[in-house]
Design a protein around this ligand. Structure first.
Ligand code: ATP
Length: 255
């Protein structure tokens, strides 16, 4: 298996009026191609900081992040912008679609920026929209879509460029439970059928139970790791809940 992401001794410290917050404190882990990995932890444990460093939005204080063989920690902003476009797909809690573009054009933009031929853009979008069940809504503008529909368009936008790694930050955070489940089915499809490698931050044990592996953060460090293996989703959910309660309780979601 190929290593898509390698995080080595990563540190991110914030200095504020003499106090030092170790938001990410010596974290190391790897993600292999085709893995679906969740990051869980209490509020303030460093999840978003870690994801922002990996997504190259934030600069690490020390350590290395290697994505698809490229060390992003040393890259300059111009190379980083190109790197993000070519190698990463993003799914945010609040969808982040452009309001002035239809769903189709939001997805198309990601491909157009990479220089894809216009004739191929529509073909690729049509095929993916059918797989994600969003064919009927992609000609709509984001404000004409439900949150769940917007998030599935965001999924399509994240995968259409065939990125090495998809980064999702609380992707179900703004969705009701039915829309969340549809979104999770879409992510599962991207992972299983399209072999997408996904790293997802979530508070929610139900959402996390769709992953193949979970890293639990506490005070900026990896506190525990769970691997789903042959567990059913429900069995994995119960194991996740055990770790969550061991760590001091979290927001929950019924199985
Ligand atoms: N810009 C900043 N300046 C100073 N401290 C920060 C900054 N950003 C984050 N922190 C601190 O770093 C720690 C980790 O924050 P982070 O947002 O990564 O946690 P989180 O696990 O994502 O939390 P949540 O689940 O609430 O989003 C917290 O103690 C936070 O207060």
């Amino acid at each position: 298996m190929r290593t898509v992401l390698r995080v080595e001794n990563l540190e991110k410290f914030y200095k504020n009026k003499g106090s030092l917050t170790k938001a990410v404190n010596h974290i190391s882990f790897e993600v292999q191609q085709g893995e679906y990995v969740g990051i869980m932890g209490a509020s303030g444990s460093g999840k978003t900081t870690l994801l922002n460093c990996i997504s190259t939005i934030d600069h690490a204080t020390a350590g290395h992040i290697i994505i698809n063989g490229k060390n992003v920690t040393g890259m300059k902003e111009r190379s980083l912008a190109k790197f993000r476009r070519e190698e990463l797909g993003f799914i945010f809690q609040d969808f982040n679609l452009l309001d002035t573009l239809t769903g189709r054009d939001n997805i198309a933009l990601a491909l157009a920026i990479l220089g894809e031929k216009p004739a191929l853009i529509d073909k690729k979008i049509d095929a993916l929209a059918a797989e994600l069940g969003i064919k009927e809504i992609i000609e709509k503008y984001p404000y004409e879509m439900s949150g769940g529909q917007q998030q599935r368009v965001a999924c399509a936008r994240a995968i259409i460029t065939d990125p090495s790694l998809i980064l999702a930050d609380e992707p179900t955070g703004a969705l009701d439970s039915r829309s969340a489940e549809m979104l999770l089915n879409s992510l599962e499809m991207l992972n299983e059928k399209k072999k997408a490698t996904i790293l997802m931050v979530t508070h929610d044990a139900f959402t996390a139970s769709h992953c193949g592996r979970i890293l639990f953060l506490k005070d900026g460090k990896i506190f525990n790791e769970l691997i789903r293996g042959d567990d059913t989703r429900k069995e994995f959910f119960l194991k996740i809940m055990q770790v969550v309660s061991l760590m001091g309780g979290e927001r929950n979601h019924a199985v």
